[in-house]
Structure formats: structure tokens, C-alpha cells
Design a protein around this ligand. Structure first.
Ligand code: MN
Length: 133
């Protein structure tokens, strides 16, 4: 058994996020595990850019009110207790509602040996896209 002391929080880089987003690494598996778990905290209106994950991603909202959208779909409200699965390669974004903080756990898998990147990142999400609901 090992008790891991908390590492410093990391600011989400501006290339991948709009607004203030901070994450804490909860778990990062060592090979053969590729487990990745982050606690991610979004300030009101903050959000990821459009992106997708090679083997999908599970989000679990722990606090606040969030928004999530898959490419071509509606902007959907997510609340504490909600779990959202985005399948492999499905482009999406997630973030806080404009007037609420939001925290979620993000669970995905790191890159497999000899395969491509675990996530692919695209353009930022505009205010118009966020407000289209
Ligand atoms: Mn994602």
C-alpha cells in the first residue's frame, strides 16, 4: 500500500482551455495500467477546447453545474452525480455553465505502446456555441 500525498494543482494550458481551469492528478497508472484520473475544476464559463480521446472518456460531476456537447449534438447540462461517457474518437467539449463553478472527475486511458496520442485537440469553443441551448 502507498499513500500518495497531494501534488500541487496544475493550471489548464490556454491552448486547450478557455478561462480558468485547474486539475489535480488523482491517479496515473504505471504500465501495464494506463489508468488516468484527474479532478478538474472549472471557473464559471471556463471550458475545454474541442477534443477527443483515443479510447473514450468518462466524466463524473461532483459539484456545480456543467455543460457538455458532442460534435453535431445539443449542449447538455450536467449536474452533480451525472456520469457522461464519450466514446473513442467522438469530438466534444466540457466545462462550467456561464454562471456556475463546476468540478468533475475525468477518467481515461493513457497512450498504448506504439499507438497514437491519448487525446487529440482542436479549436476553442466560442461563446456562441456555449450559449446555443
Ligand atoms: Mn474530454
Amino acid at each position: 500500500m502507498e499513500i500518495l500525498t497531494k501534488k500541487p494543482s496544475t493550471k489548464g494550458p490556454a491552448e486547450m482551455f478557455t478561462g480558468d481551469v485547474w486539475f489535480d492528478v488523482i491517479a496515473q497508472g504505471s504500465e501495464p495500467s494506463r489508468m488516468r484520473v484527474n479532478m478538474v475544476r472549472f471557473a464559471p464559463g471556463a471550458r475545454t477546447a474541442w477534443h477527443c480521446h483515443a479510447v473514450g472518456q468518462t466524466l463524473h460531476v461532483t459539484e456545480g453545474i456543467g455543460l457538455v456537447q458532442s460534435r453535431g449534438g445539443d449542449v447538455v447540462v450536467m449536474r452533480p452525480g451525472d456520469t457522461i461517457w464519450t466514446p473513442p474518437g467522438e469530438w466534444h467539449w466540457h466545462g462550467a455553465a456561464p454562471d456556475h463553478f463546476m468540478s468533475h472527475l475525468a477518467m481515461w486511458e493513457g497512450p498504448a505502446e506504439g499507438q497514437g496520442p491519448e487525446s487529440e485537440w482542436g479549436e476553442h469553443v466560442t461563446d456562441e456555441e456555449c450559449n446555443a441551448r
